[in-house]
Design a protein. Structure first.
Length: 161
């Protein structure tokens, strides 16, 4: 009988850099289930695709704040690409794409079809970004500090045992 769950193993999560794309600020992160992140071609292709992805974000009927974070996640089945942006004051909207290991620069729709799934390793970054948004933006509604939010990036402090 197949196990329903695999034993949890921490994954390497790194902050890469901050990209300025048009008038958007995008924090870039990588996650890998390997010893080190290897999907540099997918990372580069994702950053190159940011201008066209963000043009679609601008078409939203919900207010956006031109602050986003991009997660490039090397997983078992390939590389998941999650573009996440702040919208409607206190919400995150997410676009998820996929690249397989054999074609690292060919970015397609998410492999889970219409489902927009986020896994436990990605949630670690979401949790940090949530805390930073509350601290620097929502806790200062009269004068949100977007610049400090931009520079508050996830650092992997401790391993979960």
């Amino acid at each position: 009988m197949k196990k329903e769950f695999e034993q949890y193993k921490d994954r390497k999560i790194d902050f890469v850099n901050i990209c300025s794309v048009d008038d958007f600020t995008v924090k870039v992160y990588t996650i890998t289930n390997r010893d080190s992140f290897e999907s540099q071609d997918t990372l580069a292709a994702s950053i190159k695709a940011l201008p066209s992805w963000l043009e679609k974000v601008k078409e939203s009927s919900i207010p956006t704040y031109k602050h986003a974070f991009l997660i490039i996640h090397e997983a078992r089945e390939g590389v998941l690409i999650l573009l996440n942006w702040w919208t409607g004051e206190n919400m995150i909207e997410t676009k998820i794409c996929f690249a397989d290991f054999e074609h690292p620069t060919k970015i397609d729709s998410a492999i889970y079809d219409r489902k927009q799934l986020v896994c436990v390793w990605e949630l670690e970054i979401f949790y940090h970004e949530r805390k930073a948004w509350i601290k620097h933006v929502l806790s200062k509604p009269e004068n949100p500090d977007f610049n400090t939010y931009k520079n508050d990036c996830y650092q992997h402090y401790a391993r979960i045992s």
